[in-house]
Structure formats: C-alpha cells, structure tokens
Design a protein around this ligand. Structure first.
Ligand SMILES: NC(=O)c1ccc[n+]([C@@H]2O[C@H](COP(=O)([O-])OP(=O)(O)OC[C@H]3O[C@@H](n4cnc5c(N)ncnc54)[C@H](O)[C@@H]3O)[C@@H](O)[C@H]2O)c1
Length: 443
C-alpha cells in the first residue's frame, strides 16, 4: 500500500517505519527543517530503542522516505495518516490547530487535483470526540466526495514504541463505511499475526477509547501515589501493598508503581482534554479533575521531603540528580516531574547538577543553563549534599553505592522512583527517603 504519514515525531516516525517494515511504501512528511534534514540524511532524530535498525533497513530498501512536499505525499498515497501534535491549549482542551490546518491543506490539494483516487485520511493523533466529524466537514466544505476520515488512535509507549507497534495489544479502528474499514484492516493485518485483535467501532467510540485508556492509566498511577503517601504516615510499605493488591486478578499487577507523578506528552494533556470535553458535553468526569490536581501535588512530594530534611532555605546546597526524562528509555522531557522539582530547588537557592543517559540535550530546552549537565553518573554526585533519583533508568538499580557514599558530602538519597534496595542503603549507612515507605534515617 502507498502511505503518507504527516508528522514524523515519536508516533509518526515509528508508525511510518513499522508500516514500511511490513512492505508498504511510506512517505513521511514533516515541516521542521532541522528534523527533516536529519531524517533525509538517515539519522534517527529521537531516542527509541530498536527503531534505528528498522529505519536504516527500510530506507535502504527504498520503502521509507522523507519530504516536506505535502502535495506529492498526498497525491501519491491511498492512505494518509495524521500523526500531528495535539498539545494542551490554554483552557486545558486539546489544541487542534495542526490537525485542522493540515486537513485544510489536504482539502485544497485534492480540490486542485480532481482526478485523485479515493483517499482515507486516518487520524492517529489523540483528538477529542467529534474530530473525525469536524475533519469530514472541512473536506465537505470543499465539495470533496472521494474520501473518508477514519479514527485509529495510537497506543504505543515511548521506550517500547517499536515493540508496541509491531505487536500491539489491540488495534482500534473507527470507520463509518465498510470500504474504509476493510482497507484499514488490510493495512493492519500483518500486525495481527501475534494474536492482536482489531477492534472495529464507529469513529466517536474510537476517539473516546484513546482518552479513556490514558485517563484510566493516569488515575491508576494517581491512586497508587496517594496510597503511597498514606502508607508513609501509617508505617506501611507501598511495594508490599502493591504486591498484595496487584495479585488479585481483578486488579492486575501492572501500572501500580508509586512515584513522583506522571508526566510525558500524553497523560497530563489527555486527562485535561477529557475533563474539558466532558464538561462541555454536560457530563463532567469529576474524578479526573482530582487526578490532575493530585498529580500536580505529587510532583512536589520529593521537594517537601528535602525541605523537611534540610529546611526551607537551600542556599549554598548542591543536589545531584540521576534521571531527567519523564520515564526511562526515552529522551522525552515533556511534562517531566524533574523540571518541576529542579525549579523548586533552584527557587530555594540550591544548585543542581544532573545526569541522564539520553535526555540531557532535550532537558536544555526546559532548564537551559540553570543547572550543570554531567556526562557521568558518579561524577555528578561529587560533593553534593544529596542524591535525587528522578527517573528509574535500569542502570541506576545496581549502582556502586560505596562510590556514591564516598562522593557525596552527606550520604542522603531522595529516591523518587524507589530504585534502591532499602536493606542495602541501610547497611551502607545512607539516609534514604523513598515513596510510600518510612524513611531510613542514618544515626
Ligand atoms: N508520544 C507518544 O507516546 C504518543 C502515544 C500515542 C499517541 N500520541 C499522540 O500522537 C500525536 C503525535 O504525538 P508525538 O509524540 O508523535 O508528537 P511529536 O511532537 O513528537 O511529533 C509531531 C510531529 O509533527 C510535525 N508537524 C507539526 N506540524 C506539521 C505540519 N503542519 N506538517 C508536517 N509536520 C508537522 C512536528 O514537526 C513533529 O515532528 C499526539 O496527538 C499525541 O497525543 C503520542
């Protein structure tokens, strides 16, 4: 099949590459000149494990190419997938200017080329219910007939994006006609060989499904974070409670890890967008307003512990940070709790030095030169008053704690991701604050 992917970011680039891997001809469009330059010179512009191999292979096989020529991409393709940003607008709703802007551009291209074949315009961006309908109206306004707008939300996780795309739990397709549904099923058929289900529905249900999934996951994390704070007050250990409750098959084990709040490019904005749409439609989802509020507070939980330990005035104090990305295995810094925490420390007069295996370049956009970026996990700890762990990268788990203790000015750890074994830190004489457990205070 001939496909155009509009927007070559985390979703677009991974989708385009994986579709190419299945033998489709894929042309990816992007309007960011810097990104396009990298893509055209066969450089992967994001960190996503496993993407590079498929990327190079499909470029070499000439099944994957990159352009800023929207017209050529649209006219040459049967299926046009929109993988555009839908960031949070000022009022909390999803800002649809990229999606509607491109819909207008596509409409004009098709009007100028009336002989065009039937086009399926697929919305993979996360968009509020009714957006497929709104894009359809844009096309109709230009008197176009040979098209259908389909909803096909993306569920990949950054850090596991290739694996998730190649072996999805499920594929949700919201289409209005059998013709479009069948073409979409053909497109995704190769991805069902591992038992993945294609779930067919109307576009509205499909649009709601994506928000429902993300908001539910955000709510689950938030529940655990509040529970963790409660556990600390009553001498319980949230990890043991998690095991105890998660082994109930009705609950399940995944997505129950307490921490310093969810971030990333999806959960925060998607929760807010669903709050906004549900209010607008007169069926407010009040639970999500609480989820968002609790999550914002949770991002400050480590700062509260630091202030309790060292006092409100942190002037002259030095903090070492391990992990900046909003989660491990990605270089994505969008809505990362680390930014909020570091800014609070800086506000109180502290200095911060940070190490992250992949996200330091992107972190500079958010923190500029307000902190020092250090390339080495141990070097960064030198002479610091405490170590903060803000992302649970694997490499932090079995770190050399003897070295950390020797390098730190005082052996204090604020473990926002519960990566350290408390028995070990206790043995080594650390003061160890974690999430959802009573702190270990070295005598
Ligand atoms: N990142 C994720 O993990 C993830 C997962 C599932 C769904 N989503 C959703 O997918 C959508 C895209 O997310 P993303 O993380 O890939 O965003 P992104 O910001 O990484 O990528 C978007 C790309 O679109 C490009 N772009 C913007 N305007 C354009 C235009 N007019 N023409 C061509 N290209 C244009 C940008 O340059 C950028 O490269 C969002 O709606 C998001 O909510 C994201």
């Amino acid at each position: 099949m001939k496909l155009a992917v509009i927007g070559s970011g985390y979703v677009g680039l991974v989708s385009g590459t994986c579709f190419a891997e299945m033998g489709n001809d894929v042309i990816c469009v992007d309007n960011n000149p810097e990104k396009l330059k990298k893509l055209k010179s066969a450089e992967v512009p994001i960190y996503e494990p496993g993407l590079d191999i498929l990327f190079y292979r499909n470029i070499a096989k000439q099944r994957l190419s990159f352009t800023d020529d929207l017209k050529k991409a649209v006219l040459d393709s049967e299926i046009i997938l929109l993988c555009l940003p839908t960031p949070q607008g000022e009022d909390g709703s999803a800002d649809l200017k990229y999606v509607f802007g491109i819909a207008e551009d596509i409409a004009k291209i098709l009007v100028e080329n009336p002989e065009h074949e039937f086009k399926i315009i697929v919305n993979k961006s996360t968009v509020p219910v009714g957006t497929c309908g709104a894009v359809t109206e844009i096309m109709k306004k230009h008197n176009l007939k040979e098209f259908e707008v389909v909803s096909n939300p993306e569920f990949l996780r950054e850090g596991y994006a290739v694996e998730d795309f190649m072996k999805p739990d499920r594929i949700v397709i919201g289409a209005s006609s059998e013709k479009a549904m069948n073409r979409m099923k053909s497109l995704y058929y190769p991805f069902t060989s591992h038992g993945s289900m294609i779930i067919e529905m109307n576009p509205e249900s499909s649009e709601v499904t994506k928000y429902a999934a993300n908001s539910y996951l955000a709510m689950r994390i938030t529940f655990m974070n509040e529970l963790a704070n409660f556990c600390e007050e009553v001498g319980a250990n949230v990890d043991l409670v998690r095991k105890g409750m998660g082994s109930d098959t009705r609950i399940g084990k995944r997505f129950l890890y307490a921490g310093i709040g969810y971030g990333g490019s999806c959960f925060p904005k998607d929760v807010n967008a669903l709050i906004k749409t549900s209010k607008e439609k007169g069926s407010e989802m009040k639970i999500l307003t609480t989820v968002d509020e609790v999550n914002k507070n949770q991002k400050l939980i480590l700062v509260k512990k630091i202030v309790k330990h060292f006092g409100e005035d942190l002037k002259g104090m030095k903090f070492a940070v391990w992990g900046l990305a909003f989660k491990p295995n990605t270089d994505d810094m969008r809505e990362a709790p680390s930014v909020v925490i570091i800014q609070e420390l800086l506000k109180r007069g502290a200095t911060v030095r940070a190490y992250d295996p992949e996200a330091m370049e992107n972190a500079k956009f958010y923190l500029q030169d307000k902190i020092d970026y250090v390339d080495d996990q141990y070097e960064v700890v030198k002479d610091a008053d405490a170590l903060l762990v803000l992302t649970e990268w694997n490499e932090f788990n079995n770190s050399d704690l003897d070295q950390v203790k020797e390098l730190l000015k005082t052996p204090v750890i604020f473990d926002g991701r519960n990566v350290f074994n408390r028995r070990k830190t206790k043995e080594k004489g650390f003061t160890h604050y974690s999430i959802g457990k009573t702190p270990i205070i070295a005598k």
